[in-house]
Ligand binder design. Structure first.
Ligand code: IPE
Ligand code: IPE
Ligand code: MG
Length: 263
């Protein structure tokens, strides 16, 4: 029997500022529609909001930002919108990668890139290599990503690399092969656009993430909106299955240790 291990068995130190923020950027289409503009105008303005959010994350000392740019289900959209989204992705990559690098951002894409145009894949790989050693902000874009895809690819990779594990593996064995294996699980999840669903984003990693939903449409998202989400996060008590009293006990022990160290 595999050991009963859960990826969330340790209560992480809950800091004031979330270490990892994951965002479903939704509402671009509606933003454009409200202005009698084509949907792609909303997506373009959405890229601007991403730029502002990266800046705000750096200023606030957030270490990891992961955004959902294109889901494995978004191929179901009209071919014309998919084509324009791909063009926008390519243009954004070409324009932004060097400034990400100048700002010390490490850039990565997670998802099944095999469905993308080779030109996009080249740009992604170039950006990943260029920024590989940066540490100021770990910025990950989920493109043709799906949480179920991620779990399936992790199972396949794990078994291919360790056939012995096929019959007996535990959560850490599997999670090592997930696309975000090198990042802590998100502390704060934000979804704009008013829908209260996960839409097949980081299914495994969001197990104990604090969820925040706002009606604001993604192109309107800015530093103040991020502040509001963080404020909501700071009011939560993350218990990871424990009771409030247990957490108070742990905090008291931490304070004692801190106090003792001062003496
Ligand atoms: C999110 O905005 C961007 C992508 C999914 C690519 P939408 O395009 O879903 O905008 P709405 O939900 O139609 O307003
Ligand atoms: C989720 O947005 C995916 C991205 C933001 C990339 P959608 O607008 O596609 O989500 P659903 O399908 O309405 O849930
Ligand atoms: Mg949408």
């Amino acid at each position: 029997m595999p050991a009963l291990l859960s990826s969330t068995r340790e209560v992480p130190e809950v800091g004031n500022i979330p270490k990892h923020v994951a965002i479903i950027m939704d509402g671009n289409g509606r933003w454009a529609k409200q202005r009698y503009l084509p949907r792609i105008a909303g997506h373009k303005q959405g890229v601007e909001a991403v730029r502002g959010t990266i800046r705000a994350c750096i200023e606030k000392g957030i270490s990891y930002l992961t955004i959902f740019a294109f889901s494995s289900e978004n191929w179901r959209r009209p071919a014309e919108e998919v084509k324009l989204l791909m063009q926008l992705f390519l243009t954004a990559l070409e324009r932004e990668v060097s400034s990400l690098h100048e700002n010390g951002v490490r850039f990565r894409v997670i998802g099944d890139l095999s469905k993308f145009d080779p030109q996009i894949v080249d740009c992604v790989r170039h950006g990943e290599m260029l920024t590989a050693n940066n540490t100021r902000l770990y910025f990950t874009v989920a493109a043709n990503y799906g949480g179920r895809w991620d779990i399936m690819q992790a199972v396949r990779k794990m078994i291919a690399q360790h056939p012995d594990l096929a019959a007996d593996f535990d959560e850490p064995d599997l999670s090592r092969h997930l696309a975000m294996a090198d990042a802590p699980e998100p502390d704060l999840f934000i979804r704009t656009g008013g829908e209260c669903r996960i839409s097949n984003f980081l299914l495994w990693q969001l197990a104990y993430t604090e969820l925040y939903f706002t009606d604001m449409l993604w192109p309107d998202f800015n530093a103040a909106a991020l502040d509001e989400a963080i404020l909501s996060y700071q009011k939560r008590e993350r218990r990871f299955g424990r009771t409030s009293e247990q957490l108070a006990g742990q905090q008291a022990t931490r304070n004692t240790i801190l106090g003792e160290n001062k003496i």
